[in-house]
Design a protein around this ligand. Structure first.
Ligand code: AMP
Length: 508
């Protein structure tokens, strides 16, 4: 029997009495052995309920050790795991369950009455699991099962998980990830970031997304590291636990929130060896401030649901602020012309394309979409715009769809955002294009103030001095905060919708 992912990450811990999860404050811990036994019980429970290899299990459950064990159980039983954001509404869950023809839905007991109809419609079985993972029909059924389970054969090309993209434009698409995709990326990152069994990873990311589920968890499993497993990023709890950890993986907002707290200093992070950031752009300013306050340079990496991780700043070597580093071992990355697909020379802005064992198999039941984005030679067209510098470092300048074309000129929002972010009194900014009768689109800058000192006239003058005229925002707006998704990404589509009519009755 061979199961690519289970053998490499889970099976080797069957007799490991070392700790997998350990909270240094509450003294709650789970050994690797107990965790693997739970994957056995759950694998028995879901197969007893009728799940067969290749079937899809949708889990909209809280972040708990049992939720991680459910992921392991699916890998073990050859079942395709589909974790969902807990914020999704019933209608959204309905879409995912029916789109992937799920056979099984696991939800919170409080949602069961409502989601029963969704499960019924899809002829899927519904079981429950409470937020802490301990109560519900699924943990109860697992409790009665044996810890022994005959692990199902799965090879590199077999489907392991279906992760739906956040779907900011059009329908959310199910990215088909194989055992080989996940394992190759885990090996590359574990080696590059030098994870060992002595590491204690502060895990505060959600586990329905590639960052917290695959990057963080799989690396810990491969390296036999320990997790401090937090339900979410709670500033006080994180500050309390940082002295006990050796590394943390976060989204940029983790770092800005830490920086806003006076308790962050060198002594608090004296035990740490690595801070990783990704899933959304880390401001160069945050990178610099974090270094000056803690002495640590945040390591920024770049990835996406469809590809796992693509690039990373080096562990040893220069971690350059504002860049996402170099392609990972075994991954080819190029910048191409969005219109012709030809490779562009270093220094030019174009679409980032990647190829390697990390790249997904395609979108679930969307062969046309897959063909549009996945070339026959294996390169995936990421939709991110970026450049490569003379040392091979990749920088992201935004999403292709966020590109603004005004009066025939291409405007990259990031270039303007950088100028706006540098202005006194500005905390952060987002630049979008909105419809305009003369120019097709025109540039709008949306600012969040950092206290009462922001001076819009001064900002306009500075922008005029630093950027070509066609890049000047036609209007600057001030908002309390920018709309973001759970991973900290600014939702530019929401801003574009909100300001779509800004110039509809103006002729300027
Ligand atoms: P998701 O599929 O939700 O993980 O989103 C992937 C997208 O997040 C990428 O295509 C990028 O647009 C963005 N992203 C991920 N990491 C970074 C990063 N380090 N800097 C800028 N954008 C990033």
């Amino acid at each position: 029997m061979a199961n690519t992912l289970f053998d490499a990450l889970f099976a080797k811990h069957a007799d490991n009495t070392g700790l997998f999860i350990d909270d240094p404050i509450d003294n709650q811990s789970v050994t690797y052995k107990a965790f693997i036994e739970q994957t056995g019980r759950l694998a028995n429970a879901i197969t007893a309920a009728g799940l067969k290899p290749g079937d899809r299990l949708v889990a909209q459950v809280g972040k708990s050790v049992n939720a991680l064990a459910l992921y392991g159980a699916c890998v073990r039983a050859g079942v395709v795991y589909l974790p969902l954001n807990t914020a999704y509404t019933d209608a959204e869950v309905d879409y995912f369950v029916s789109d992937c023809s799920a056979s099984f839905l696991v939800c919170d007991p409080n949602d069961a009455d409502r989601l029963n109809a969704v499960a019924d419609k899809a002829s899927a079985m519904l079981m429950t699991q409470s937020r802490d993972g301990n109560r519900g029909t699924l943990p109860d059924a697992a409790q009665a099962e044996s810890t022994e389970f005959d692990t199902v054969n799965r090879s590199v090309d077999d489907l392991c998980a279906l992760l739906y993209t956040s779907g900011t434009t059009g329908r959310s698409k199910g990215a088909m990830l194989t055992h080989g995709n996940l394992l190759s990326n885990t090996f590359a990152l574990t080696e590059l970031w030098e994870f060992t069994k002595d590491d204690i990873l502060l895990h505060a990311l959600p586990i329905f997304h590639t960052h917290g589920l695959f990057v963080a968890t799989n690396i810990a499993l491969l390296s036999s590291a320990r997790l401090i497993f937090e339900p979410k990023f709670d500033l006080d709890r994180i500050i309390e636990r940082l002295p006990h950890a050796t590394c943390m993986m976060g989204v940029p907002t983790f770092y800005t929130r830490l920086l806003a707290d006076v308790r962050l200093d060198k002594s608090l992070v004296g035990n740490m060896r690595l801070f990783v950031s990704g899933s959304a752009p880390l401001l160069a300013e945050t990178h610099r401030q974090f270094e000056s306050v803690t002495g640590h340079t945040i390591l920024e990496r770049y990835g996406m649901t469809e590809t796992n991780m693509n690039t990373s700043n080096p562990y040893k070597g220069d971690r350059i602020a504002g860049t996402v580093g170099l392609p990972l071992n075994g991954i080819d990355l190029k910048i191409t012309d969005p219109n012709t697909g030809t490779t562009l020379p270093n220094g030019e802005i174009g679409v980032i394309e990647v190829r390697g064992p990390n790249v997904f198999k395609g979108y679930w039941k969307m062969p046309e979409k897959t063909a549009e984005e996945l070339r026959a030679d294996g390169f995936f067209i990421t939709g991110d715009l970026g450049t490569i510098d003379e040392h091979g470092y990749v920088s992201i300048v935004g999403r292709n769809k966020d590109l603004i074309i005004t009066g025939g000129y291409n405007v990259y929002p990031k270039e303007i955002e950088q100028v706006l972010d540098d202005q006194p009194g500005v905390l952060e900014s987002a630049v979008i294009g909105v419809p305009h009768a003369d120019f097709g689109e025109t540039v709008v800058g949306i600012l969040v103030a950092d206290g009462p000192t922001m001076d819009l006239e001064h900002i306009k003058t500075s922008v005029e001095q630093s950027l070509a005229r066609f890049k000047h925002p036609n209007q600057l707006l001030v908002v309390e905060e920018l709309p973001r998704n759970t991973m900290g990404k600014v939702l530019k589509n929401v801003l574009r919708d909100r300001y779509a009519d800004l110039f509809s009755d103006k002729d300027s």
